[in-house]
Design a protein around this ligand. Structure first.
Ligand code: HEC
Length: 139
């Protein structure tokens, strides 16, 4: 091979390398594009979570106990239907501090070191499901 022929061969090889590199990059682009679909599916199955699963992932069970019967950090949630209507309970979960001045919850504040956090960033529909579940718990 003459010198120019070697150069042409080298350029051709380089061209093919770049061509395949580009192809493989595009393939990973496609993979990236498909990722949001996977996320959407996860979100959809997230919406289908049961109240128990939601309460576990929100940390309710961490304070109120795995079976919600109370710990030394938070009171039992069994039988809260004696104290709350559905709407009031949803409002309470969104903003517990606005209920703190009333008798039973005021006593809880003295009894437990931690305060009930507010869950105002959670979809009200999900809070509704949690409220329904809590109101269905027997004493
Ligand atoms: C950081 C600990 C903590 C977490 C997490 C927590 N709570 Fe509480 N919760 C408390 C405490 C403590 C009280 C007692 C009131 C107070 O002192 O704020 C309480 C009170 C309550 C009450 C009122 C009980 C009554 O007798 O009326 C309900 C209902 C309740 N929590 C539900 C929930 C739900 C549902 C979740 C999750 C979405 C949750 N809590 C997460 C600590 C917690």
């Amino acid at each position: 091979m003459t010198k120019p022929q070697i150069w042409i061969a080298a350029v051709l090889i380089l061209f093919f390398i770049l061509f395949f590199l580009e192809k493989s990059t595009k393939r990973s682009d496609v993979q990236q594009k498909s990722e949001p679909t996977v996320t959407q599916q996860t979100q959809q199955s997230g919406q289908a979570k049961t109240p128990e699963q939601m309460m576990a992932s929100l940390g309710c069970t961490g304070c109120h106990g795995a079976d919600l019967s109370g710990t030394n950090m938070a009171p039992s949630l069994h039988g809260v239907s004696r104290f709350w209507t559905r709407d009031a309970l949803i409002n309470y979960l969104r903003n517990p501090s606005s209920y703190m001045s009333t008798g039973r919850l005021k006593d809880y504040q003295a009894k437990y070191q931690i305060m009930m956090p507010s869950f105002n960033n959670i979809d009200v529909k999900d809070l509704g499901k949690i409220a329904d579940y809590l109101l269905s718990l027997k004493k």
